[in-house]
Design a protein around this ligand. Structure first.
Ligand SMILES: [Fe+2]
Ligand SMILES: [Fe+2]
Length: 470
């Protein structure tokens, strides 16, 4: 087990003290990071004490240490999962060869692109969420928001460590650029679409942490397989933190669903909005939006980039060990494609379908959560159900981009699609209604009208003072 040196200026378990050049470079980046945090991190609350989890070691006992911390004093640092002895490349053309501890020169550009793309999402989500503290439905939720925010900040550190350690001068420039792009900015946007979308309200936030953070989980799982061992170890530790973000999203939506069901039963017309709740149709429209935006993050259905990342041993499948054939040279993926305005099927060589293989695993995981929400509806005696739209609905990237598929995956006339758009996606009126519900509830144990309380955290009750505002 490797301990984290928390007394160092940059807490780490990578022996930074012994690499003066790297230490100096990171110490120069640190004030720029803190400036970014103060400018683009959570608006206000920086002087408040928040009951936060901080890693003090990477083993099971040490990675989740809870205490009250002011966010700017959070110990952001560099933590890698412990090395695996004699680790071998698990897939592609180099199966069975020892993993690389130094950057393989021929894969330098591809790996930089993977690291920068992942790294860019981390500060982006903090920027997207920066105003939400002003409308938190409870102190418990306020604390969870801040926990997610500080950990996304740490994930940025994780990627910047790789850039500084292995990519020389262009790595340092990329690390600076990660602090310069801005979510939603016209001139210098973040790299990926979903990370430029506004997160205006807490329904968006819970959908984002449910669906978009879950894309992150699958990208990290694929990178954890990488033959570039420092990337694998970094992402493996990030996954332990990421699990909480998805918990926040999945249980957040679940608590909204529970409250909605309760309000439906409380009124003869099942009118939820007159009682200050969020009706199921509005929840479904937000689910459709964030699911589609998140599906786009996996990239094109047929991808030669994905094929070469796999061949080279840079990015694998999630849990590669669960597959029998690690070369993936023989198989095909039966891909639904559009030709002459009709949906048909094309046999795509498996390596070129790696994005789709990962996307399918993601969809299964999402379905598990939707099933869980539907069980809450069933228990409450409500007959309506939530569902996942087709992978083809409202896509902006890949084979189905811009095509008028309905949520069931059927191709519609464009005019018909436009006419029904507000049935399927949040309308301006929906957003206005939700915005009207967004009032902060900062009193201990109290909760907003549109969401059910939670169990509490770490054995503490829901009415614990998770953020000290007084
Ligand atoms: Fe993250
Ligand atoms: Fe996350």
């Amino acid at each position: 087990m490797s301990n984290v040196d928390l007394t160092a200026k940059i807490p780490n378990n990578v022996d930074l003290g012994h690499d003066k050049r790297l230490l100096r470079a990171l110490e120069q980046w640190q004030p720029d990071y803190l400036r970014w945090w103060r400018e683009m991190g959570p608006s206000d609350f920086l002087e408040r004490e928040v009951y936060l989890r901080t890693a003090v070691a990477v083993d099971a006992a040490g990675w989740a240490h809870f205490d009250y911390v002011k966010m700017p004093d959070y110990r952001w640092g560099i933590f890698l999962a412990d090395p695996v002895g004699d680790r071998r490349i698990g897939f592609g053309d180099h199966v069975g060869e020892p993993v690389w501890q130094v950057l393989p020169g021929e894969h330098r550009n591809a790996l930089r692109r993977l690291v920068v793309t992942q790294g860019d999402t981390e500060p982006a989500s903090v920027e997207q969420q920066r105003l939400l503290g002003h409308t938190a439905p409870s102190l418990y939720d306020l604390r969870n928001l801040f926990q997610v925010n500080v950990e996304e900040g740490r994930h940025l550190w994780a990627m910047v460590y790789l850039l500084h350690s292995f990519f020389g001068r262009d790595g340092r420039e990329e690390a600076e650029a990660l602090l310069e792009r801005r979510s939603g900015d016209k001139d210098r946007p973040r790299i990926l679409g979903a990370f430029n979308q506004p997160i205006e309200n807490w329904l968006d936030f819970f959908m984002f942490t449910m669906f978009t953070d879950r894309d992150g989980k699958y990208q990290l799982l694929a990178l954890a397989e990488s033959g570039f061992d420092p990337l694998s170890r970094t992402t493996r530790f990030m996954l332990t933190e990421e699990a909480h973000h998805m918990f926040v999203g999945e249980t957040g939506v679940e608590r909204i669903v529970v409250r909605t069901a309760e309000l439906m039963k409380a009124e003869p017309n099942e009118d939820v909005r007159t009682q200050g709740g969020i009706d199921l149709a509005t929840i479904q429209r937000h689910l459709n939006l964030w699911f589609a935006l998140s599906l786009d993050l996996f990239g094109g259905e047929i991808s030669s980039n994905a094929a070469s990342f796999f061949a080279a041993g840079l990015k694998g499948r999630h849990h590669e060990e669960r597959y029998d054939d690690h070369a993936a040279l023989g198989g095909h993926y039966a891909m639904p494609v559009v030709a002459d305005g009709k949906l048909g099927e094309q046999q795509v060589p498996l390596r070129n379908a790696m994005n789709e293989v990962l996307r399918d695993a993601y969809v299964d995981d999402c379905q598990r959560a939707v099933d869980r929400w539907n069980r809450r509806l069933e228990e409450a005696g409500v007959s309506e159900r939530l569902y996942l739209a087709s992978k083809r609905f409202y896509r902006q990237i890949g084979l189905y981009a811009g095509l008028p598929f309905d949520p069931e995956g059927r191709l519609q006339e464009a005019a018909e699609w436009d006419r029904r758009r507000s049935e399927w996606l949040p309308s301006a009126a929906d957003r206005e209604y939700i915005q009207g519900l967004m009032h902060p509830v900062y009193e201990r144990g109290k909760i907003a009208s549109w969401i059910a309380p939670a169990k509490g955290l770490k054995g503490l009750p829901f009415d614990h003072e998770y953020v000290r505002l007084g």
